[in-house]
Design a protein around this ligand. Sequence first.
Ligand code: ZN
Length: 335
Amino acid sequence: MDKVYKKDPMDRNIVTIFKGDDIDEFKEGVSDMIKYYKKLLIKKDDKYYLRKGTLLYHGTTNYPFIGGSQSTGNRAAMTFFGLDMEIAVWYIYEMIMNQKHYTARIIKSKITGEKLLERNGYLYVFKLKEDIPTEIIEKIYQNPKGTKVCKNKRLTCIHPQVSYRGDSFNEEVGTKIHTEVTLFMETYKDSLELIRSYLIDGEKLHKNHKDIEYDVRDSIIREYNEPVKRDDKVNYEEFNRIFSDNFVCEYCDFRGSFDIVLEHEKTCSFRRKGSSKKNNKRSKRNNIMNFLDFLKDKKKKKKKNTKRKKRKNTMRNKTRRNKRKNTKRKNTKKR
Ligand SMILES: [Zn+2]
């Protein structure tokens, strides 16, 4: 499973959507992964089980472990685990980089100097105390959050998944195919034993996020068993210094330094909701023309920098992302 994929599996076209297929790039790799699951899992009476002793990894910026949805803090929601450590650790990096979208928090930190931004994360390692039943989800585009069997609190799901090296799919770096397991803690908490917690260095992840072969174990600072979370948040300046000054518009995918993004937000075409008098007078046609201009603009930017490309699909899986006002951002992985 060492092949590197540089396409976002959510970039599906009308044909693959209609057929319910993955995009061609992923078909072979995903099919190999499914075959691997069928060997890895135990089969009893035509049902698959994750084996007792299996390790499950959970990456987050939260401590102690709460489980559930990381974006909403709802403990009763589905919890995501990596069957491999890599996807769980890169998810921590994704959460850290996601903070670039939290305009209000950034402004507050910038003005007051308050340490409001996470620079590190935590990796939790769980061991299965018994065999637990699981359903194989055979497509990489399928989101367990939108899949009936996975939403059943008594069931668990195993499925192929990509990792993001940043706040969105990183086409420059790409991804390997990883494996995710979803379950509900209220059902399975007694089947899981937390065996280790590690403090993970966000800066190391940032420095190495372009190296697809980077061994994520090198990002472990140390084992962490304190009763409370480490007080190591940073302010805007420090965040900037560590994670670069590349920020993102609250309404679209425009990127740049924080000040440039803030300036852009004032006139962002996607912002036009609380219509001012000026806007009311505008004819529909004008709005359409503006939108077309905006798209043209976007295209130009895309050519310059493919990383700016935004994701198009709603069905994306992981959970946890902050809810953006803009519909475009709804299409990111949700956990
Ligand atoms: Zn914008």
